[in-house]
Design a protein around this ligand. Sequence first.
Ligand code: HEC
Length: 109
Amino acid sequence: MFRLMLAALACALVLKAAALPAAAMGEVEKARELAEALCAGCHLNEGQGEKQGPMGIPGFGAVANRHGQTQEGIVIWLNSAPPMMPDHKLTQDEMFALAAYIMSLRERP
Ligand code: HEC
């Protein structure tokens, strides 16, 4: 049973890695560090899910798992300089990388 779970886990990891081109992996890793520095206090809390109530904040996992969510959709959001978020003065490259990182948390196919 345990071995089966390990095999399933290994499979899932391989599939996840295969979904991203090799060059993008380093980007995602860097973006994860950026997200941990800038966004974690609001978006990367333990057990954080979808936003609760109109003033709530969604965890990045929940954002990634939204139906129809795309990397482009997240970039558009970041470009819109949403008033409920601090202006981090992100470059376009940073927005792209952050969006790729957020999408890497997606668990749906
Ligand atoms: C001070 C808290 C705060 C920080 C820091 C913050 N955000 Fe947010 N963020 C919010 C709030 C509040 C929302 C929810 C807005 C809403 O849906 O009303 C949100 C929503 C989002 C969403 C989801 C948009 C959607 O489709 O609903 C994304 C993506 C996002 N933030 C990315 C980021 C990134 C990337 C960073 C770091 C560079 C960041 N946020 C930093 C408060 C924050």
